[in-house]
Ligand binder design. Structure first.
Ligand code: TYD
Length: 144
């Protein structure tokens, strides 16, 4: 899918003197049903995570604490997003290569995913991902 299908999503923030509260509801803030949640933490300075694409998976990535960058690549275009707010998520559609870098010390990356973990859904080789993305783009163009 084109990179334009990925977007930042503002999440509700309920502030009161006891602190802030943010919630995420399936079907409202994310269109997919959430079947898995995982998080990255204790990421050493300079580490790069991700470095793969997914065939079917939808995800929402949130910087729960601290900050990091997410570089998205649909096989032709690349966009870098800086995530640093716990009430803002980055929606990533299927067929997008992603890399996460520039993690600040103590940052926590929360990921909501539409499916349970399935290694067969991954592209871990960029050239194979790009071939599949090209084929998908051609198929979509022919459908129009
Ligand atoms: P990986 O997806 O490569 O992490 P990243 O997105 O940071 O590149 O996963 C790292 C390892 O963790 C790999 O061996 C698969 C395993 N893993 C699970 O078992 N379950 C999960 O939900 C995830 C995301 C990864």
């Amino acid at each position: 899918m084109p990179i334009e299908s990925c977007c930042l999503i503002d999440l509700p923030k309920i502030s009161d003197p006891r602190g802030n509260l943010t919630f995420i509801e399936g079907g409202r803030h994310v269109e997919f049903d959430v079947r898995r949640v995982y998080y990255l933490y204790d990421v050493p300075g300079g580490a790069v995570r991700g470095g793969h694409g997914h065939k079917q998976l939808h995800q929402l990535i949130i910087a729960l604490s601290g900050s990091f960058d997410v570089v998205l690549d649909d096989g032709t275009a690349k966009t870098r997003f800086h995530l640093n707010q716990p009430n803002r998520g980055l929606y990533i559609c299927p067929m997008i290569w992603r890399e996460l870098d520039t993690f600040s010390s103590g940052s926590v990356c929360l990921v909501l995913a539409s499916e349970v973990y399935d290694e067969s859904d991954y592209y871990r080789d960029y050239d194979r991902f790009q071939l599949a993305a090209d084929a998908e783009r051609l198929r979509m163009t022919r459908q129009k």
